[in-house]
Design a protein around this ligand. Sequence first.
Ligand code: SF4
Length: 321
Amino acid sequence: MALLEVEHLTVTYGNVHAVRDVSLKLEPGEILGVVGESGSGKSTLGYAVTKLLRSPGQISAGRVLFEGQDLVPMAERELRKKRWKDIAVVMQSGMNALNPVATIRRQFEDAIMAHSPMSQTKMRERVAEMLQLVNIDARYADNYPHELSGGMKQRVAIALALVLDPKLIIFDEPTTALDVVVQRYIVQNLKMLRKRYNFSALFISHDLGTVLEIADRVAVMYGGKMVEVQAAGELLKNPRHPYTEALLKCFPDPRSEQIEVLGIPGTPPDLADLSPGCPFHPRCAMAMDRCRVETPEYISMGEAGVACHLAAREVEVGQNG
Ligand code: SF4
């Protein structure tokens, strides 16, 4: 059984359709990267999975099955028991989410005592162990967040997410606010932690390079829709959707002598005023007449899938020999 199964999820903020009919599956121990430009719906998807949407955001259709149990109709009291213990979250502002008036130790202890109480001695050991895992000396446990650098605070946020050994972690742009060197350090640290703890994760980021480095599979979102899913290596070699191809061109090859960073011409669609057809058609160099009027269906091919008329035709030709 998949650990997480999102089925036909739609999230609205008033008349804004932020996530539209999105389905995905996450297996135990798998990291699924979710990538897209700002406003693509990727962060809303993360908030919806944990049911932490801010008002007036609401799930207007679909299911979120965690170990087979639908979280959508679940009461807040039940959900609170699952958050942190089963499903943890590290947000972009995770480092700013630390309580400024409590020591690091106190924040670990509060989480432990709320979900899995243990003796003071065991708790001290656990806090030291968790900090060491993210390469922070245990003596920092008695410091306040403002006494730590941005990178250290984000590593504390990651250690806090891991302290109860959750099955699923949602990372929402966990490295975005940090400089490149610290970003790389955190990604390497996360790769080590994943090997050790074997957690599953949704790793949400606008940075395709980081996502390709850490994820097993990558889901590409555009205009609130899932437009392509592929294994990370395959996506890099053989993107099927023109938007994925355009995103890859924005991601410079560091081995190239001349590094040129390109943007995608045009702007993302207005999710409050969606025109018919493929959401990418105004920016797509491959657009056909059909693309302007007919929204492409997401064609699932096992672990992968694509929503594009052109790619669908190629898949069909490939299947027929
Ligand atoms: Fe481009 Fe048409 Fe495919 Fe949309 S459906 S990505 S417009 S080719």
